[in-house]
Design a protein around this ligand. Structure first.
Ligand code: CP3
Length: 327
């Protein structure tokens, strides 16, 4: 690479008018399982912004749907589970994922890799904790109280649920890599709600199982969460080559906290895309400069693109990263 590579979490999605046009009248999960749509939506931001990677258009709940769980993604809310998982008997509704459950994912990835040429495709999955929170709460949660109650009140059931989710996420990642994805990101979006001690005891072993289970594929692994400043070292050590950093911690601190052993990904605050260009430009240049202290840097946002973002600003940021990040 002749410059710092850049892509954006949620680069495909509601910020793009061409995405909104294509999705009209088609439910989110239906679009995720239609390879022609997945291919087109995944390619849209690559064409428009000239980002250095595509990320598969899908969702962390797609593999749960694929094993037969009754769920939906409600616009403006997120994943909603018809009958939450709260008792041992509920595990029966969550069988192991096999590649036969997701032939559409294999097809989508194959189509994409053929279309993308040299541009890498990033595959992804949800980490066990973040998935467990949706399953136990029944939908998005501010405080994760039922999740933490189950974690502490019935650790045996908690670990069995997370082990099952690790199998599902691990297989979802493996299928994407075997079809041609050239990097894999594990999203533990809500792990920042945990204390370090609880993360280490109840969550890290399961995320480690996911990451170590795909080590034989020799595909770079990115581990990302929001508000995970206190967890960066254990998250990196769980088996990643790249640690995702949200906007609350500087890349400089992230490098120190992870012992200088990992590439970093991040970490522009997505809200800054609404700031005047001069302020935004200054911050982008700072992040590119901070990233040079790491063994590798992938420029990204600290979390996903907000739907009201002006797509022209995103294109301009890509151009700037390529210029400022020239090597
Ligand atoms: O990043 C990308 O461009 C790839 C596609 C992608 C989506 N979801 C598409 C999507 C990825 C990587 C995800 C992961 C995902 N899904 C996460 C982890 C990443 C993160 O943001 O922390 C989480 C927590 C989910 C669950 C989920 N799905 C939420 C919270 C929402 C938003 C609900 C809303 O309407 O605000 C979704 C829906 C979703 N997933 C959309 C997209 C483009 C919006 C669907 C729409 O167009 O209405």
């Amino acid at each position: 690479m002749t410059h710092t590579p850049v892509w954006f979490m949620r680069q495909a999605g509601r910020s793009l008018p061409e995405y909104r046009a294509l999705r009209e009248g088609i439910a989110m999960l239906q679009s995720c399982r239609t390879p022609e749509l997945v291919t087109e939506i995944t390619l849209q931001p690559v064409r428009r912004h000239q980002v250095d990677a595509a990320i598969l258009f899908s969702d962390i709940v797609v593999p749960l749907m694929a094993v037969g769980l009754d769920l939906d993604i409600v616009p403006g809310i997120g994943p909603v589970i018809a009958a939450p998982i709260r008792e041992r008997a509920d595990l029966d509704r969550l069988p192991e994922l096999t590649r036969e459950h997701i032939p559409d994912i294999t097809e989508s990835v194959r189509l994409l890799v053929a279309e993308l040429g040299p541009t890498p495709l990033i595959g992804f999955a949800g980490a066990p904790f973040t998935l467990a929170s949706y399953l136990i709460e029944g939908g998005p949660s501010k405080n994760h109280e039922r999740t933490k109650a189950l974690m502490h009140g019935d650790p045996e059931l908690w670990h069995d649920l997370c082990a099952r989710l690790a199998q599902i996420s691990g297989t979802f990642l493996r299928v994407q890599a075997e079809a041609g994805a050239s990097a894999l990101q594990l999203f533990d979006s809500w792990a920042g709600h945990l204390s370090r001690a609880d993360y280490l005891r109840y969550v890290e072993p399961h995320s480690r199982a996911v990451l170590s289970g795909i080590a034989d594929l020799h595909v770079p692994r990115i581990h990302f969460g929001v508000g995970t400043g206190e967890l960066l070292a254990p998250m990196a050590d769980a088996g990643a080559e790249v640690i995702g950093v949200d906007y609350r911690v500087s890349l400089t601190d992230a490098v120190t906290r992870t012992g200088g052993r990992y590439a970093v990904q991040g970490n522009l605050d997505p809200a800054l895309l609404f700031a005047p260009w001069e302020a935004l430009e200054r911050r982008v240049r700072e992040i590119v400069a901070e990233g040079r202290a790491a063994p590798g840097h992938i420029f990204n946002l600290g979390h996903g693109v907000l739907p009201a973002t002006d797509p022209q600003v995103l294109s301009r940021v890509v151009e700037l990263v390529h210029e400022a990040g020239a090597r």
